[in-house]
Design a protein around this ligand. Structure first.
Ligand code: NAP
Length: 320
């Protein structure tokens, strides 16, 4: 205890793959570590039912199970794994101070920011009902399940274009549904979409509803189709796409760092190749710094890097 607060050498904020891996490496490196993950720690993987591309799992693993295992591993190695949501941070004094929504505060010599990024959703009720049952935020994760089937992608940016192209490897047809008359995606991607016979772009269309199928089965009702509407003519059309990929951008969870760490123009934390932010002793890892890959294994690798850098920072600070 320092200043009446619980003190740790390393405080990791966010308990998705980046934060959990950082906690594993930091604890195993001999530091005292707290992993602060909010009420339901685990990040975006909690929204994923089956993961088939995280190395080391020959059989599919549920996102929630994978995260629970990482937390147990961190705890076994000595990290304090707490379901506390960090409401504010003071990075202007040493040690750093972290205050939680539940009224606790912690001090830490190093902070690893691993608060992630949330996929943006359309916000319609049927989208939420079928999330993980046909509606997905990640083609890399779930595209494989739609071999020989029709799918649709919502969005008009680079992510939507890349997801649509990726899905052509599996799906028999890919509808790209964009609300405007032209895509935001870069020219190179637009050309690839045009050249791909499996892709059909529906400009000036929006998704109104995700429609369920008749087949109930053990997993419960899954999505079977979508109802889309031409925003100019009002014409409504049904597409038989059991796979619906929402690619309308991400929101990095950086509200608590605004004005305290440099953020880029989309709100992601700016960190160098060694996970260092411009504040010595504060590191960042995972989707909160990564607008591009957004994969659990990449986030886990970044968490490892951040922890190794934090351990080195502590060692240097002790010598000084
Ligand atoms: P983005 O560029 O913000 O594009 C989001 C797209 O979703 C836009 O077309 C937007 O429509 C649409 N959209 C947003 N809300 C919507 C809603 N409620 N309903 C329907 N459509 C909606 O996001 P992103 O594609 O994820 O890209 C994020 C950043 O990463 C960008 O800087 C991008 O260049 C970069 N990135 C680059 C690459 C690459 O270079 N290969 C790959 C992926 C991402 P409007 O066009 O009407 O606004």
């Amino acid at each position: 205890m320092k200043n009446g607060n619980e003190h740790y050498q390393i405080a990791v904020i966010g308990a998705g793959p980046a934060g959990a891996t950082a906690a594993v490496y930091a604890a195993r490196g001999g530091a005292s570590v707290v992993l602060l993950g909010g009420a339901s720690p685990g990040g975006q993987l909690l929204l994923t039912t089956e993961i088939e591309n995280f190395p080391g799992f020959p059989e599919p693993v549920a996102g929630a199970d994978l995260m629970q295992n990482m937390h147990r591993q961190a705890a076994r190695l000595g990290a304090a794994v707490l379901g506390e949501e960090v409401a504010s941070v003071d990075l202007s004094r040493r040690p750093f101070v972290l205050s939680t929504a539940g009224g606790r505060s912690f001090t830490a010599s190093c902070v690893i920011a691993a608060t992630g990024a949330k996929a943006r959703w359309l916000g319609i009720p049927s989208e939420a009902r079928y999330t993980g049952k046909g509606v997905s935020g990640c083609a890399t994760c779930d595209g494989f399940f739609y071999r020989g089937k029709e799918v649709c992608v919502i969005g008009g940016g680079d992510s939507a274009a890349e997801e649509a192209l990726f899905l052509t490897k599996f799906a028999s047809r890919v509808y790209l549904i964009h609300r405007r008359e032209k895509l935001r995606a870069n020219f190179r991607l637009q050309k690839k979409l045009e050249d791909n016979a499996k892709v059909e772009i529906l400009y000036e269309h929006v998704l109104d509803e995700v429609l369920g199928g008749d087949a109930g089965g053990a997993q419960g009702e899954r999505a079977a189709a979508v109802s889309v509407r031409n925003v100019r003519t009002g014409e409504v059309r049904k597409l038989n796409t059991p796979g619906i990929f929402i690619a309308v951008g991400h929101e990095p969870a950086t509200a608590i760092f605004k004005g305290k760490l440099p953020l880029d123009d989309s709100g992601y934390i700016v960190a160098d190749g060694r996970a260092r932010t411009s504040v010595p002793g504060v590191f960042a890892a995972g989707d909160v710094t990564d607008r591009y890959y957004k994969q659990a294994v990449v986030a886990a690798g970044a968490g490892c890097k951040a922890a190794m850098e934090a351990l080195e920072y502590l060692e240097e600070a002790e010598k000084a």
